[in-house]
Design a protein around this ligand. Structure first.
Ligand SMILES: N=c1c2ncn([C@@H]3O[C@H](COP(=O)(O)OP(=O)(O)OP(=O)(O)O)[C@@H](O)[C@H]3O)c2ncn1[C@@H]1O[C@H](COP(=O)(O)O)[C@@H](O)[C@H]1O
Length: 87
């Protein structure tokens, strides 16, 4: 189990060290356009799960959306503080 901040730290490290086999490295190399499409896709899956699926499935879809949001943030080079300033 990990928090939002811990996942961001882990993904930042993946971006820095680019380990072989990392899906995050591939997603970052795909660029911001593809990263944005993934955010939209996952957001749609969250919506569908919220209306039609179990709490467990919804939680899983939300986790994937949070992951895709973080990949997009890293793709654009913004930090958690850049976002938290607006909360
Ligand atoms: N939390 C996640 C996470 N959530 C979602 N995903 C990716 O998103 C996919 C699910 O999204 P989709 O619904 O688009 O599934 P899919 O269509 O079957 O997958 P694709 O063909 O689109 O890749 C998963 O198969 C993962 O590839 C994640 N990939 C990685 N993480 C975490 O990120 C960290 C770094 O991971 P790596 O970079 O892979 O080492 C680790 O802690 C992982 O647990």
């Amino acid at each position: 189990m990990k928090t939002f901040d811990e996942l961001f730290a882990e993904l930042s490290e993946r971006a820095r060290t680019r380990p072989e086999g990392s899906g995050t490295v591939v997603a970052l190399d795909d660029g911001v356009h593809a990263q944005g499409k993934k955010v939209l896709e996952e957001a749609g899956e969250v919506w569908i799960a919220a209306e039609h699926e179990s709490d467990e499935r919804l939680a899983e879809e939300v986790s994937q959306l949070l992951y895709r949001i973080q990949v997009l943030m890293l793709g654009r080079g913004i930090t958690l503080d850049d976002v938290y300033r607006h909360l």
